[in-house]
Write a protein that binds this ligand. Structure first.
Ligand code: SF4
Length: 492
């Protein structure tokens, strides 16, 4: 018989491990923990009222799960499954932030889905920390956008005429029992006979697999039919009147990315302060262009910073009459190149040297100088598509040896905007400060996208619908801002 008392004497003394005890005091996990707890204590009104909470006591605290999700993104782990797997490695930092708890992927997913507003507020809190610790300069904010791939199956799309056909068929089915019987016979019992083969053939000719799947689902029960009809309404609300619509994420849109590939994507807008590249505003939209994004983005910047910065920069895609008017009315100085300047910056492939952007504009004299060094003077104003333009030309074109290449018609004319606000913006861009600031923008505005796509190996949007995808990207910006705070502040 084994003498237990004898073995107890030689047994080593076990000391209970305190999570985080073995970590370097400069580990960013401590900063994440402090930020999350600071945020929750300052925003306790956002949390559910404990006194009215009924039922079992919650196993996981909001701070633990929120901290763990943020810490995961900081370490390049974004999916709930990835976070669950990470816990299985018994990582000390995870034990610290979760107080040795091990939530499952479904607990993490449930928390994510029910706390999206909290994550958005946490982003604003990091911006406030940036202001508090003087990490935001308020001098120059660059607004830029990028196209991100939505998490969709590009083959699971539906045309609007197919959606209409399905809707009409379901409505008819509700009124006509005979039709309902014929369809049920084929789609539910797999029977094709002389009674139903004509109508089934007709439906198959009009619809593809996705529509047939939805039709089968609607035949299963009243509840399923209601779901299909609700989904049809959802599709209708998201239809942009142009192409097909995705069945996997109807809120995504067909748009071209920077490489010129068209796909189902989202447009991600970011405003970056140039002092330490702190993100001060961000928004995910499903508008394929940047034309209408300057106003909402600068509103968002003002809301987060409590004021506009001294200067904004944005590329030519944001320049519209409305943007120019908004900047004027709100006393905002914006550096934006016009289309001609923008083409020059992009250094596109070799082309006709007589294109407008190869004509030099002289601000002092208000004249254009053509590639043959002829001066094109202001002649008159002309309205094109309800917009007013200043027209410049020269009489020398008749004698020019390049007239064939330079123009078709009577003479070469250069059109320059006559909108005084846009002219003022061009002046801003062409000033020394304007050009210097705009050059900085290549670093400030595009660094974050480069970090996101290359260094942090962002795998693309993983969640469906704009709201969830937005929250996913907000977590990335929170991680980015926390990294800046960690880099520039001492651990204490
Ligand atoms: S055609 Fe007229 S504008 Fe064109 S290069 Fe000759 S002179 Fe200049």
């Amino acid at each position: 018989m084994v003498n237990a008392a004898k073995y107890r004497e030689i047994q080593s003394n076990f000391v209970l491990n305190v999570p985080g005890e073995n970590l370097n005091h400069n580990n960013p996990v401590f900063l994440v923990d402090r930020i999350i707890h600071g945020f929750l204590s300052e925003n306790s009104f956002l949390l559910p009222n404990k006194e009215t909470n009924r039922g079992r006591r919650k196993t996981y605290q909001t701070g633990e799960l929120l901290g763990f999700i943020v810490w995961g993104v900081l370490n390049g782990i974004t999916s709930c499954r990835g976070l669950e797997n990470w816990l299985n490695n018994n990582d000390e930092t995870c034990n610290y932030i979760l107080n040795n708890k091990k939530p499952s992927k479904s607990t993490i997913a449930r928390f994510f889905n029910s706390n999206m507003f909290l994550i958005e507020e946490l982003f604003r809190y990091t911006v406030n920390l940036g202001i508090k610790y003087d990490l935001i300069g308020f001098e120059h904010v660059a607004i830029d956008g990028t196209i991100l791939k939505a998490n969709v199956n590009k083959f699971r799309v539906i045309k609007m005429c197919e959606r209409e056909y399905l809707e009409n068929l379901i409505t008819e089915m509700e009124k006509d029992d005979d039709l309902l019987f014929k369809l049920e016979k084929y789609f539910l019992d797999d029977v094709l006979d002389e009674n139903n083969h004509i109508i089934i053939q007709e439906i198959k000719n009009e619809s593809k697999k996705e529509v047939l799947n939805l039709l089968t689902k609607s035949l299963m029960s009243d509840e399923e039919k209601r779901e299909v009809l609700d989904f049809i309404v959802y599709l209708k609300a998201n239809y942009n009147g142009k192409n097909t619509i995705s069945l996997t994420d109807p809120e995504s849109r067909w748009m071209k990315d920077k490489k010129g590939n068209t796909g189902l994507n989202y447009n991600y807008q970011v405003a970056t302060d140039d002092k330490y590249d702190f993100i001060v505003a961000q928004k995910l939209v499903n508008d394929p262009t940047d034309h209408h994004q300057f106003i909402p983005m600068s509103d968002e910047v003002k809301m987060n910073l409590n004021r506009h910065p001294t200067l904004y920069t944005a590329d030519n895609g944001y320049l519209t009459d409305k943007t120019a008017e908004y900047c004027y009315q709100n006393n905002i100085t914006t550096i934006m190149p016009d289309r001609t300047e923008s083409i020059k910056i992009k250094h596109q492939k070799p082309e006709n040297r007589f294109k407008k952007h190869n004509f030099q504009y002289n601000w002092e004299e208000d004249v254009y100088i053509c590639p043959q060094n002829q001066i094109l003077k202001y002649t008159n104003n002309r309205r094109i598509n309800s917009k007013l333009y200043r027209v410049y030309s020269t009489k020398q074109c008749k004698n020019c040896i390049h007239s064939q290449e330079c123009y078709k018609g009577i003479k070469r004319e250069i059109f320059h905007t006559a909108n005084p606000l846009k002219i003022k913006m061009s002046e801003n861009y062409n000033s020394d400060l304007g050009r210097k600031t705009y050059r900085k923008r290549f670093h400030t505005g595009e660094t974050y996208f480069a970090i996101l796509k290359n260094s942090r190996k962002f795998p693309g949007i993983q969640r469906k619908t704009i709201k969830k995808a937005q929250t996913e990207l907000t977590l990335q910006t929170i991680a980015h801002n926390i990294k800046i705070i960690h880099k520039h502040l001492k651990p204490h």
